[in-house]
Design a protein around this ligand. Structure first.
Ligand code: MIC
Ligand code: SF4
Length: 644
């Protein structure tokens, strides 16, 4: 039997396991990336491991999230990352160089290799046929040290694209259609492979828009074949030698096949407050808008910017609309500056932002109260924009640009004939914002500079045999890590200061949570299905750990967050009968007995609700390795035990 594309890369990187779906596999990791909001933690963890130099083929530290410097904190973190990278063999991408995923695609990713990154949109690199995963910072630290990366072996889904996109319909509309069909839970435990003749008409940046938002499906990763289109892209980046052809075998077997006829697609939008709440732009109708934001790791390529500029050329941004544009990288920014597209944007009235995540992570440009914002980004979770009652719609760059002119949500097909955008055969290459690491001899003399905002991370202790704690919070389905540990301009500066962050934990769900948690000193969280979807931020586990959370009991978990809970030594427990969720009320006193013994035996644990007497069977869906890790009190303790 033949192999799928992903199975081929997994097979060539397999360190442990036998590729049976659902069982744990260990993978050798070729490359890693970090960004600054998760990077400080990842490098503190790497330092704690005591390894001198990274053992990967390439590791890159990007600065793109925390670029609003309203105090010393972010700049201090940048300096810490810069010095720690230089010392330990890591390439450093300076602030201003661009967004990690866009840059990694342009300058470092290569087909057939494995990549993990401390950011959930790392699968963007699947656009060039790379097997790329989002992971917690600790997992990235371990991989930098040459350690194996473990995941449950995913099932394989094939999305066959037929036909060709009609004018004004774009790659964003393809992934929004996939989200409409599969939902934010539809990709959990799966790798999504794209194929069919429809992919031939999609350039690498268009493919990357699609693999990027595979994260919103909850998918383990998404990937496109490496073909002539990939070769053309790598050639344009002066990296032809990184190309290999990589296709699935003709007789590869998929667990699920989905077909999308591109010729039938029309412009789509994800309505507030979830990326899968998708409808056609036509159906939603001409709602009045206050803001348009174009950019993010989903839609900030040269092609996207050229399309936007061609729509804005000779027009004026509507007086009631604020249009912000952030190109994805210095390469894109320079090229639109040179070819005149930037001048068209400025002339139309756009507010040009530096190439960084910016408004996507609430770093500035929060909409007005109750405002409607159209964004080419990938997440529209409630409050993420920084304005609690804003309504964010996710749309293509084309829909965003035309709507910025009309002042209402507008179908770009009303624009008439589509202009042809020709991309140059070679891109402008200037890597002077990427600093290579010091060589081994020089490294010893480099001092790592730590600012006063960097606080040690919380300590864990081995798992207790009896856990008695109140249900401190009960939440519903699809709770995101943005609910658990919000980001934005006010909080991102404290990503290396867990005690400070703890004052904001879960405040999007319940303002009183931090003070109640601090008073109780311990607690258990009860959640619905897909608990912890969204970002890879391990702070959503480390901060609850700091607040004394011993376990989270949920109907199901998102993959990266569950791995982060285990790494932090917090029990991720799943209801054996999902209806038992209704038996627990917030405030109930809960108890788990003989935890260690039962976990070792693999039997269900019994959660007793002492307030109403209910006995609720719960279990952990973890590997043998993770079981040991939980018993030891998390990954750091486990690694220390192993090295003893
Ligand atoms: C996000 O889009 O939510 C982020 C910010 O990029 C996160 C990482 C983080 O929380 O730092 C992600 O997607 O993993
Ligand atoms: Fe940055 Fe937004 Fe992409 Fe996250 S989703 S990496 S915040 S641009």
């Amino acid at each position: 039997m033949g192999y799928t594309l992903a199975q081929k890369i997994i097979k060539s990187h397999l360190v442990s396991g036998d590729m049976t779906p659902g069982t744990e596999i260990g993978l050798k990791i070729d490359q890693t990336l970090t960004q600054d909001a998760t990077g400080t933690m990842a490098y503190l963890e790497f330092e704690a491991m005591g390894i001198k130099r990274v053992k990967t083929e390439k590791s890159v530290a990007y600065i793109d999230h925390n670029t609003l410097q309203t105090g010393f904190e972010n700049a201090d973190d940048h300096r810490y990352i810069q010095t720690v990278a230089k010392k330990h063999g890591i390439y450093f991408s300076r602030p201003g160089n661009g967004i990690c995923h866009q840059l990694h695609l342009e300058r470092f990713g290569r087909p057939g290799a494995t990549l993990i990154g401390s950011d959930s949109h790392t699968p963007t690199a699947g656009g060039i046929g790379m097997l790329a995963f989002g992971a917690g910072g600790l997992d990235v630290a371990v991989a930098m040290g040459g350690g194996t990366y473990y995941i449950p072996m995913p099932r394989m889904v094939k999305v066959t694209l037929t036909g060709r996109l009609r004018p004004w319909v774009s790659a964003k509309d393809i992934i929004l259609e996939v989200l409409r069909r599969l939902t934010v839970k539809g990709g959990v435990g799966k790798i999504i492979e794209y194929g069919g003749e429809g992919i031939l008409g999609l350039s690498v940046p268009q493919r990357a828009t699609i693999t990027n938002m595979g994260a919103e499906l909850g998918a383990t990763t998404s990937i496109f074949p490496s073909d002539d289109v990939t070769l053309e892209f790598l050639k344009a980046q002066g990296r032809e030698s990184d190309w290999i052809e990589l296709l699935p075998d003709g007789d590869a077997k998929y667990d699920e096949v989905i077909e999308i006829n591109l010729s039938e697609l029309e412009p789509l939008a994800a309505k507030p407050h979830s990326p899968d709440n998708v409808d056609t732009v036509k159906n939603i109708g001409p709602i009045k808008i206050n803001q348009v934001c174009i950019g993010s790791c989903t839609n900030s390529s040269l092609y996207d910017m050229m399309r936007v500029a061609s729509i804005l050329r000779g027009n004026k941004v509507h007086p009631d609309v604020s249009l912000a544009i952030a190109p994805g990288s210095k390469q894109v920014f320079t090229m639109i500056a040179q070819n005149g597209a930037l001048a068209d944007m400025i002339a139309a009235g756009a507010r040009i932002l530096e190439c960084a995540c910016g408004p996507c992570i609430g770093m500035g440009q929060s909409p007005c109260s109750g405002g409607v914002s159209l964004r080419t980004f990938n997440r529209n979770f409630e409050g993420r924009s920084g304005t609690a009652d804003a309504k964010v719609y996710l749309v293509s760059p084309e829909t965003a640009a035309i709507s910025a002119i009309t002042g209402v949500l507008t179908d770009p097909r009303t624009l008439g004939t589509e202009p042809e955008i020709r991309l140059p055969e070679t891109f402008l290459i200037n890597d002077n914002m990427i600093e290579p690491p010091a060589d081994e001899k020089e490294a010893d003399n480099i001092e790592v500079v730590r600012g006063p905002n960097i606080k040690p991370f919380p300590k864990t202790s081995p798992l207790s045999d009896n856990i008695e704690a109140p249900c401190l919070l009960k939440v519903g389905d699809n709770i995101t890590t943005d609910h658990i540990m919000p980001a934005g301009a006010k909080l991102l500066p404290y990503r290396s200061n867990i005690p400070k962050l703890s004052d904001y934990c879960f405040t999007r769900c319940d303002e009183t949570f931090p003070s109640r948690a601090k008073k109780a000193g311990k607690g258990i969280i009860v959640g619905g299905s897909n608990y912890g979807q969204g970002s890879s931020r391990e702070h959503a586990a480390l901060v609850p750990l700091y607040l004394g959370i011993k376990a989270v009991v949920a109907k199901s978990f998102a993959r990266i967050h569950m791995a982060n809970l285990v790494n932090a030594g917090i029990l991720p427990l799943i209801f054996r009968n999902p209806d038992d969720y209704d038996k627990i009320a917030q405030g109930d006193e809960l108890e788990l007995n003989s935890v260690r013994e039962t976990l070792i035996s693999g039997k269900d644990l019994i959660l007793t609700d002492k307030t109403n007497g209910a006995k609720i069977p719960v279990y952990c869906e973890i590997s043998e390795r993770q079981r040991k890790m939980l018993l030891a009190g998390g990954l750091l303790n486990y690694t220390r035990e192993q090295n003893r």
